[in-house]
Design a protein around this ligand. Structure first.
Ligand code: LMR
Length: 395
């Protein structure tokens, strides 16, 4: 048995964490995984989560999967993304299901896509989150990419994006805010144009919403891509509360798919539940209970909104500090993109060799595509980081 089983390839993001953990240097910095850290470099338990924990203590029915918890959670999650007064929510024209964070929501959707559109492909922006490739590959959906990032401007290649030649009626994965890994988002006007083009071509937009609130600091502004609704699109959305509520370990997320009417919604939901039942039964309820407790209570929600803003502001501040430090060092590289890009990630433009040097010579860890999780930058380490980047980029 098992002789033919080789070692699986390392995950490019989790592999960074592993390398960081075994490094004994006091100067080490982890810019790998996109999970929020405070200015001490520590993971944060939000105050709204602590309050929700206190409120629900002892109230869970641990023996059974509570559909009431799940329904409340889905209802609150969809309001957050589509708007509490949106017609699709009020008229019940959506199928929503609790999922194992954003990854699980994507996986469920990919499986749904394979079952009901077996000949379809998925179009990813180039580049996209590394795990998107794994998720759709494991669901046996072939992938293609569409133009997104411009390496010279380190911004959006909008003209190329708009000139895509995917066949009409294709599935597209879009990052509605805080694009991972580039930190480059379309403007509201550009989203409108994309929406219009998708409508003309009858493409299906699937949004992977992993960082709502962490791009602009405002939850509603970060959902601006959902203006697709105005053009009457049916859309899908994977939501995660891993980063914006600091619940990474709870794997709490939501998959929603908009439908033409309530009858379709019932059918699609039953199919999603059917897929989930065979894959993992049902999701754990604790994280979902925390999220719905926060979102359905005015005070706790207001506290969360404030805390999201604080997290986003700290990251924006670190972007400014890192760029300023590099400029003060007299770097010849243009670092404007550090502050132009948004969300947790800065797509630095560092080459794989430079990334390797940062790890081996300076104990600074990031993925080899040069993506830096700005959450790992702190007041205490920003100058060391800037000096180290300067060292590897100076010729
Ligand atoms: C990331 O890209 O670092 C995050 O989405 C976390 C993860 O699970 O990969």
């Amino acid at each position: 048995w098992w002789d033919h089983v080789g070692v699986a390839p390392k995950d490019p993001i989790n592999g960074v964490t592993e390398a960081f953990l075994v490094d004994c240097s006091p100067n080490k910095i982890n810019l790998g995984v996109g999970a929020y850290r405070d200015d001490e470099g520590k993971p944060v338990v939000l105050q709204c989560v602590r309050e929700a924990e206190a409120k629900i203590a002892g109230s869970e029915f641990l023996e059974s999967i509570s559909s009431a918890v799940s329904s409340k959670f889905v209802e609150e999650s969809v309001k957050l993304v589509y708007g509490k007064d949106s017609d699709v929510v009020n008229e019940g024209r959506f199928s929503g299901i609790q999922a194992l964070s954003g990854t699980g929501a994507c996986r469920l959707f990919a499986e749904f896509q394979r079952r009901f559109y077996p000949k379809s492909r998925i179009y990813f922006p180039h580049p996209t989150w590394s795990n998107h490739h794994n998720i759709w590959r494991d669901a046996q959906i072939p992938e293609s990419t569409f133009h997104y990032y411009h390496p010279n401007s380190k911004g959006l290649n909008f003209a190329a994006l708009m000139s895509d030649n995917a066949p009409d009626g294709s599935f597209f994965l879009l990052h509605p805010c805080a694009h991972n890994p580039t930190g480059v988002d379309p403007t509201e006007e550009q989203w409108r144009e994309i929406s219009c083009q998708f409508k003309a071509k009858n493409h299906f937009p699937f949004f992977d919403m992993a960082y709502q609130g962490l791009a602009s600091g405002d939850l509603d502004s970060d959902a601006q891509a959902i203006i697709f609704l105005e053009d009457g699109h049916l859309i899908g959305c994977a939501q995660s509360f891993a980063k914006n509520m600091g619940l990474y370990g709870h794997r709490v997320g939501c998959l929603s798919v908009l439908c033409n009417d309530a009858k379709q919604a019932v059918a699609i939901k039953s199919q999603l539940q059917h897929i989930a039942r065979a894959m993992y039964g049902g999701p754990p309820i604790h994280g979902a209970l925390l999220v719905s407790t926060i979102l359905s209570d005015l005070d706790k929600k207001a506290l969360w909104v404030k805390e999201v803003k604080t997290m986003a502001s700290r990251i924006q501040k670190m972007r400014g500090s890192l760029r300023a430090c590099l400029e003060e060092l007299g770097s010849f590289v243009n670092w404007e993109h550090i502050t132009n890009q948004v969300g947790l990630f800065c797509f630095s433009g560092l080459t794989a060799d430079q990334v390797d040097r940062l790890a081996t010579e300076f104990h600074i860890y990031m993925t080899r595509d040069g993506r830096m999780s700005m959450a790992g930058v702190t007041t205490g380490n920003v100058s060391y980081l800037a000096n180290s980047i300067h060292e590897v980029t100076v010729f």
